[in-house]
Design a protein around this ligand. Structure first.
Ligand SMILES: *Cc1c(COP(=O)(O)O)cnc(C)c1O
Length: 450
């Protein structure tokens, strides 16, 4: 190791401990066209993502029946892909450094967040396996029959439980209840009140915990262990969740093809993914890597007070508390003290980097996105917008772009910001977010004018 890299590492650790925004690039990332991804001792591949996508398709007729908002898409739960030139200007990203796009998971129906992908997939997989075991369907059946009495009586005997900071509980609670399961969501102290209210209105049992996300998960796991009729969705360990998320890559490929977006050696793709426990961004990064090989560069975005994934990459098994951080952030979807080891294991050779964002910047970008593009996202979902700035505007980013040779291809680059939640934020709550962001923007303008 050179003295230079040692001092860079030193600066990074100081920034991490001081909760200053930073960019870390992954020295262990592989440039190989194909990397083997091992999760829990199992090799996973694109075939697994396709299987998850096929499962969503089998359930589509049933979902169209259960959720009126899905009739238009025949039961498909998907989001738009948008070019956002006004936001690109607001962020000061010069066109010579690539084009800014948004993958709009903040508008995903049913769950209102990216959790519609993983969380709903796991509930569907559980329901499907029960129905298959009990001879109610074959894989070729019309799954709309699962809305009828025999299936509902079967599902009613089971409980689906999960620990959540809010959004995962929303997706799992809503889908489990709609299928006829009993549903229990263990909420951490960070969970917003409106998310609990929304769930209770659907007949979901919401258990409130004083502790953080890791404690809510542990409590749920303990309860489920004692009850053979309780199925626990384990966000820290679930392969089904990750594969549900990964199917997003297949749909994105169709959208890229339709939009004429090319990803190859001369046209790199940078994807900026807000990260909590790591399952969602890891699933998507894995899926994209299977499709586009080393030409896709996934960067995870975390709050400065909750960078659990970065901590896990630097020192496995540690939590953000070990670095003197408090895990307090308005980005409730990302307020996670300890990352999923499963996700970290899968990402070791795939992840290009991880950066952290201060809460004020989340609100500022939330405000900019509203003003420039009229898109409403929750604070967690604004974390991606710091990515292009971190990559092209920081010393760490610029030296990485130079070292990898990517600097030369930047004019052809696609910067894809994954906006991960927002649809169901109540108007009053959103207005308060936007107001906070506008005040930060005004203060920044004052500083410039001075
Ligand atoms: C859950 C969530 C994420 C991140 O997903 P993880 O699997 O926890 O990493 C990002 N944004 C929002 C809005 C979320 O709810």
């Amino acid at each position: 190791m050179t003295t230079e890299t040692i001092s860079q590492d030193q600066t990074l650790l100081e920034d991490l401990r001081a909760a200053r925004p930073l960019l870390w690039t992954n020295p262990a990332r592989s440039d190989a066209a194909e990397v083997q991804t091992v999760v829990d001792g199992r090799v996973i591949s694109l075939a697994d993502s396709i299987e998850a996508q096929d499962r969503f398709l089998r359930f589509a007729p049933l979902l169209a029946q259960l959720f009126p908002e899905l009739r238009e898409t025949s039961g498909r739960i998907e989001s738009g892909l948008h070019r956002v030139p006004a936001m690109q200007r607001a962020l000061g990203l010069a066109p010579a450094r690539g084009a800014l796009w948004v993958k709009a998971d903040h508008g995903l129906p049913v769950a209102g967040s990216i959790k519609a992908r993983g969380g709903i997939h796991e509930v569907l997989e559980f329901a499907e396996s029960l129905a298959l075991e009990n001879g109610l369907i074959t894989r070729e059946s019309d799954y709309a029959t699962l809305a009828q009495a025999p299936a509902r009586e079967l599902f009613a005997r089971y409980e689906v439980a999960v620990g959540s900071t809010g959004n995962l509980g929303l997706s799992i609670g809503v889908m489990a209840a709609a299928l006829g399961f009993r549903a229990t969501v263990h909420m951490s102290a960070d969970a917003k009140e409106w998310k609990k209210t929304r769930l209770r209105a659907r007949g979901v049992n919401v258990v409130e915990h004083e502790g953080d996300y890791a404690e809510a998960v542990a409590a749920g796991r303990r309860q489920a262990d004692q009850d053979p009729y309780c199925y626990f969705v384990d966000d820290e360990r679930s392969l089904s969740l990750m594969l549900g998320y990964s199917a997003a890559a297949l749909h994105l490929r169709e959208q890229f093809d339709a939009a004429g977006i090319v990803v190859d050696a001369d046209h790199p793709l940078f994807v900026y993914l807000p990260c909590g426990v790591g399952g969602a961004p890891a699933g998507i990064a894995f899926g994209l890597r299977q499709i586009y090989g080393a030409h896709v560069h996934a960067f995870f975005a975390e709050p400065t007070q909750s960078p659990c994934f970065l901590v896990e990459m630097l020192s496995p098994g540690k939590s953000v508390y070990d670095y003197g951080l408090d895990n307090r952030t308005e980005a409730d979807g990302l307020a996670v003290p300890r990352a999923s080891e499963l996700a970290a294991e899968a990402m070791a050779p795939i992840l290009s980097g991880d950066y952290t964002v201060a809460d004020d910047t989340l609100f500022l970008d939330l405000h900019r996105l509203r003003v420039s593009e009229g898109m409403q996202v929750e604070p967690s979902a604004a974390a991606g917008f710091s990515g292009p700035r971190m990559l092209t505007g920081s010393d760490a980013g610029r030296s990485w772009l130079a070292d990898t040779g990517l600097a030369a291809t930047l004019p052809n680059a696609t910067h894809l910001v994954w906006t991960t939640g927002g649809l169901f934020v109540p108007p009053e709550a959103y207005a308060a977010f936007a107001e906070r962001g506008a005040a930060i923007a005004a203060a920044a303008d004052d500083d410039l004018a001075r």
